[in-house]
Ligand binder design. Sequence first.
Ligand code: ASP
Length: 337
Amino acid sequence: MKNLLALVALALMTQPALAEDAPKWSIAIHGGAGTLSRKDMTPEKQAEYEAMLQTALDAGAKVLAEGGEAMDAVKAAIVIMEDSPLFNAGKGAVFTWDGTNELDASIMDGRDRSAGAVAGVKTVRNPILLADTVRTDSEHVFLMGQGAESFAVEKGFAVTPPEYFATEARRRALERLKAEKLSALDVDHKFGTVGAVALDQQGNLAAGTSTGGMTGKRWGRVGDAPVIGAGTYADNRACAVSATGWGEYFIRVGVAHEICARLRMRGVMGTQDIADSVMAEVAELGGDGGVILVTPEGHAIFSFNTTGMYRGRATSEGLNEVAIFGGEAKASATPDH
Ligand code: ASP
């Protein structure tokens, strides 16, 4: 009996106890990772990006601070970045080889692991909201192309003229790619995909990701952003993840689910180490990019193997920061176990 009590006591002691000052809510966002260096960025451009990240972060944080749901916080942050031409999602999406903008998005609710995703849509202003409607109003998880657009019309989404998404900078990137026979990585230098992950005061997690993909994509190419388990994953037992980077590698590693699975099964490894170890696998295969994640304990973490990632995070404990380059705001802000 004594032994049994000792065992129970030991088990309780080794539980990753929820610290009393653990954040009640937590959010992280990204606006893409890539080859970002201070010398290629004017102070004005940097300020513009930081202001837009801050606006998106604040919108999500407000939902959470007021007791709202993680799912709503994720959508609030992503819609702002989709509407901004600075990021490769919604307005400002990159061009396909054929000169169109094809949008991908996905969202997942950690409560019940319900998920929705769309790929290759051309007339929906906020693909993240359509992905969520696939989750709530259909019996499916993943809709593509024209079918997804018909579904959108049936569900009352306005048809947005395809020209709305086009920007001159992205068109020039496609022209350069073709003229100089470059790859998407040469012309973009960064992946401008957007994403958000959140923990709400009820202890629920959510994740979402939205993108235009990669410049010059053809043959209906789809990256990781709308693929549940690759670009997006949320599970209340483990974490919520959103990724950005060279999508093919993120699909092959199954990055978002892999991080959540390792967190669920973890021994002594810390959250940051687990995220870094999965990103190391992406690098080993030759891919690059980054992830954001939040855990049920409220850790808000970034991991990326590029020189920078547009990112931000905020918690109920007063943390609130946005950053672009490596070395800024990279470590876990909350005590890891
Ligand atoms: N992951 C996206 C894709 O491969 C690109 C990005 O992150 O910007 O489509």
